[in-house]
Write a protein that binds this ligand. Structure first.
Ligand code: FAD
Length: 599
C-alpha cells in the first residue's frame, strides 16, 4: 500500500484504524456544510480540520438566496439570520475617493434596488444577507456535530489510498504528533484553494493561480457617522494604486456595522510579496477611510493570491473535492462560499442514496457532470467582474493619474459644464451600470441548470431566456433547473414550494386532476425502496396555490407532474397525466438513481 503523497515509505506504521462512511477534510463552508448535510441524512461521518477552531478571518460574507434556502431546508436559517446583517442593510454600495472623501456614485446592490427587489422576493422564500465566515462556520460545526458528525480539530490530512471498497486516509493528530488511519467508504476533500487532497488525486485544472496579489487588513474603528446613512457591506475606494493587483479596486468592507471592518488592497505580485507592517496597515486604513487621525485598532494582516482556476473533473472514484479546492477565484460576486456550500448540497444526497443502496454508483459521477460547469462559470464570472472595474478607472482617468492630486483633478473634470464634462459623466454612469454584473447577478446566483444522467428530459426544447440570463433569474420547471418558489398553504399555514420537498427525499408535485400520480409515486417508491413523497396542490388538498403563482410557474398541465430531486432541482416533469404514470415515474427514477432499466 502506498499513499499518494509519497510519504508511505518513510512514515511509521500505523496501527489505529478508525472507520466511518464518509471522511471530510476541512471545516470551511464546503466541509462543514457537507458534514451537516450528511449528518442530517443519517450518514456516519468524521470531519477533520487542521487547526484548533474554524476560520479566524471573516473572508466570505455575502450569502445568496440559493444558500439561504438551503439553510432553511436544513433548519438553520433562523440561526444564521440571528448572526447576520440583514438584506436591507447590505446594499447601498458606494464608490468614492475615500469613505470620508468625495462620493463618485452608488449602486443599490444584492437586490436592494426597488426595481430589482421584486425579482428577489418572487424568486425565493429567503432573502440574501451578510454573515461573516467567522460566524457561519461555527453554526455549521455546531449543528453537524449535534446531528452526528465526529469533529476532530487539530487533525491534518496527510495522504490517502483508495481501493474498490473504500479509502484509507492517513491523518496526523497535531496535539500528540501521532498518526493514524481513517478508513472511509468515501472521502471529501474540502481543504481549500491549496487542496492537498486534490493534488494527491491529480485533478485536472484549467487556468492559473496567483494572477494578482491582495492583502486583507482587519480593523476596528467607529465609522457609523460615515456609513450608517448609506448602509452597505462594500465601500469601493478609487485612489492611486487601487488598480494594482487586488480585486478590482480598494475595498473597505463592513464586517459588523459599523465598527468592525476588512480592507482588501492589492499589490503587484511581480514586485514580490511585500512585508506589511502594522504601520503600513494603519496608513492604508487611514487613507481609504480618508481620516489621517482615525482611531484604529488593527486586528489582522494577511496576504493572498487571486486565482483564475477551475477543475474540469471533481472526483476520482471514491474521492471527491468540493469548494475552493475545485474553483479558485477572487471574491467578486460573492460566489466562493456560496458555491462551496452548494457543491456539498449536490454531493451529499447522492452519497447518502448510494450508501443506503437506493442508487447505483453512476449517480456519483453526476457530481462532476453537474458541478464542474458551475465551477468554470463562477471562476470566469468573478474574474471578469474584477476586471470590469477597469471601465470605471478609465472613465475617471485613474489609469492616466499617478498622484492623488492628478487623480483628484481628473475626478473633478466630471463636474465641468462642458462637452468633456458631460462625456465623463456619461462614461462614469456606464461603467457603474456594468457593475450590476458583479452586484446584482441574480441569474448567476440562482439560475444554475444541471445536465446529466440524473436529469431526465421531458422531450421539450429549453426555453430561451427573455432577459439577460446573468442579471435575471427566470423560474421554470425545465428539467435540471432549481424548483421554482411559490407561496402555498391554507388558512393556517404558509409554505414555500421548497418546504414541500425537503432534503433527503424525492417529491412529486401535481394538481387535483393529476391525483393518479399519488398512487403511481407510492407504488414506484415501494418497488424501488426509495422515499418518494407526493404533494397535490389545489383547494381542499394538502396545500392551496394561495396566490395562483404556482399555476403560472409549474410548467405542466394541471394533471401533469414535476419530480423534484432531494436537492430541489427538477429531475423530470411530465406535461399531462399519462396512460401509465407509474411506469413513467419508474423510468425517470431508475435513470436518475442509476438503477438500470425499470422493471
Ligand atoms: C476577502 C474575501 C472575501 C470573500 N467574500 C466572499 C463572499 O462574500 N461570499 C462568498 O461566497 N465567498 C466569499 N469569499 C470566498 C470564500 O471565503 C471561499 O470561497 C470559501 O472559504 C471556500 O470554502 P472552502 O470550505 O472550500 O475552503 P476554506 O474556507 O479555505 O476551508 C478549507 C478548510 O480545510 C482545512 N484544511 C486545509 N488543509 C488541511 C489539511 N491538510 N488537513 C486538514 N484540514 C485542512 C482548513 O483548516 C479549513 O478548515 C471571500 C474570500 C475572501 C478572501
Amino acid at each position: 500500500m502506498t499513499f499518494h503523497d509519497g510519504l508511505a515509505d518513510t512514515a511509521p506504521p500505523t496501527t489505529t484504524v478508525v472507520e466511518t462512511d464518509v471522511l471530510i477534510v476541512g471545516s470551511g463552508p464546503a466541509g462543514a456544510s457537507a458534514a451537516l448535510f450528511l449528518s442530517t441524512l443519517g450518514v456516519s461521518n468524521i470531519m477533520i480540520t487542521k487547526y484548533r477552531w474554524t476560520a479566524n478571518t471573516p473572508r466570505a460574507h455575502i450569502t445568496n438566496q440559493r444558500t439561504m434556502e438551503i439553510f432553511r431546508d436544513l433548519g438553520i436559517e433562523e440561526e444564521v439570520l440571528a448572526d447576520a446583517t440583514p438584506h436591507h442593510m447590505i446594499g447601498d454600495t458606494v464608490f468614492c475617493t475615500a469613505i470620508a472623501g468625495e462620493e463618485i456614485g452608488r449602486i443599490l446592490t444584492w437586490g436592494n434596488h426597488p426595481a430589482r427587489h421584486a425579482d428577489y422576493e418572487l424568486a425565493s422564500p429567503s432573502l440574501n444577507c451578510d454573515i461573516p465566515q467567522t460566524y457561519l462556520e461555527p453554526i455549521f460545526v455546531r449543528n453537524a456535530t449535534m446531528r452526528g458528525t465526529q469533529t476532530q480539530f487539530s487533525t491534518e490530512y496527510l495522504g490517502h489510498k483508495q481501493d474498490d471498497e473504500g479509502v484509507d486516509v492517513r491523518v496526523l493528530n497535531r496535539l500528540t504528533g501521532s498518526e493514524y488511519t481513517i478508513r472511509a467508504k468515501y472521502l471529501i476533500g474540502a481543504d481549500g484553494a491549496r487542496s492537498r487532497v486534490a493534488a494527491d488525486l491529480g485533478l485536472p485544472y484549467e487556468g492559473q493561480m496567483d494572477i494578482a496579489g491582495s492583502m486583507n487588513i482587519t480593523f476596528k474603528a467607529e465609522l457609523g457617522q460615515l456609513c450608517g446613512h448609506r448602509p452597505s457591506v462594500l465601500y469601493w475606494v478609487i485612489q492611486p494604486g487601487a488598480n494594482v493587483g487586488g480585486i478590482g479596486a480598494g475595498l473597505v468592507r463592513m464586517v459588523r456595522p459599523w465598527n468592525e471592518w476588512l480592507i482588501v488592497w492589492g499589490f503587484d505580485l511581480e514586485q514580490g510579496v511585500p512585508e506589511v507592517t502594522e504601520d503600513d496597515a494603519l496608513r492604508i486604513v487611514r487613507n481609504l477611510v480618508g481620516d489621517p487621525g482615525l482611531d484604529v485598532e488593527i486586528t489582522g494582516i494577511s496576504l493572498w493570491g487571486n486565482n483564475e482556476q477551475y477543475a474540469t473533473s471533481l472526483h476520482r472514484s471514491r474521492v471527491f473535492c468540493a469548494g475552493d479546492a475545485v474553483h479558485k477565484h477572487p471574491p467578486s460576486n460573492g460566489l466562493g462560499s456560496n458555491t462551496s456550500i452548494q457543491d456539498s448540497y449536490n454531493l451529499a444526497w447522492k452519497v447518502a442514496v448510494v450508501l443506503n443502496g437506493h442508487a447505483g454508483p453512476g449517480l456519483l459521477d453526476t457530481y462532476t457532470t453537474e458541478r464542474a460547469p458551475v465551477a468554470r462559470q463562477i471562476v470566469l464570472r468573478a474574474n471578469k467582474s474584477a476586471r470590469e472595474f477597469g471601465g470605471l478607472f478609465e472613465a475617471l482617468g485613474l489609469d492616466m493619474a499617478e498622484t492623488a492630486d492628478q487623480l483628484a483633478a481628473r475626478i473633478e473634470e466630471r463636474k465641468d459644464n462642458s462637452p468633456a464634462g458631460a462625456a465623463k459623466r456619461a462614461a462614469v454612469r456606464e461603467a457603474m451600470e456594468l457593475k450590476n454584473y458583479e452586484f446584482n447577478a441574480h441569474g448567476v446566483e440562482m439560475g444554475q441548470r444541471y445536465e446529466s444522467t440524473a436529469v431526465v428530459s421531458d422531450g421539450t426544447a429549453r426555453p430561451e431566456p427573455t432577459r439577460d440570463p446573468e442579471l435575471y433569474y427566470e423560474q421554470s420547471t425545465y428539467p435540471g433547473v432549481r424548483l421554482p418558489h411559490a407561496w402555498v398553504g391554507d388558512n393556517e399555514r404558509k409554505y414555500s414550494t421548497h418546504d414541500l420537498a425537503p432534503y433527503g427525499r424525492f417529491t412529486v408535485i401535481t394538481g387535483i386532476t393529476g391525483e393518479a400520480w399519488v398512487a403511481a409515486a407510492k407504488n414506484a417508491a415501494d418497488r424501488l425502496g426509495v422515499p418518494v413523497e407526493t404533494v397535490v396542490i389545489g383547494p381542499g388538498r394538502a396545500v392551496t396555490d394561495l396566490y395562483f403563482d404556482w399555476a403560472g410557474l409549474c410548467g405542466v398541465a394541471k394533471d401533469g407532474s414535476v419530480l423534484v430531486r432531494p436537492d430541489k432541482h427538477v429531475g423530470w416533469r411530465c406535461h399531462n397525466l399519462s396512460a401509465d404514470p407509474e411506469a413513467e415515474l419508474m423510468t425517470a427514477l431508475t435513470r436518475i438513481l442509476d438503477r438500470g432499466e425499470a422493471t
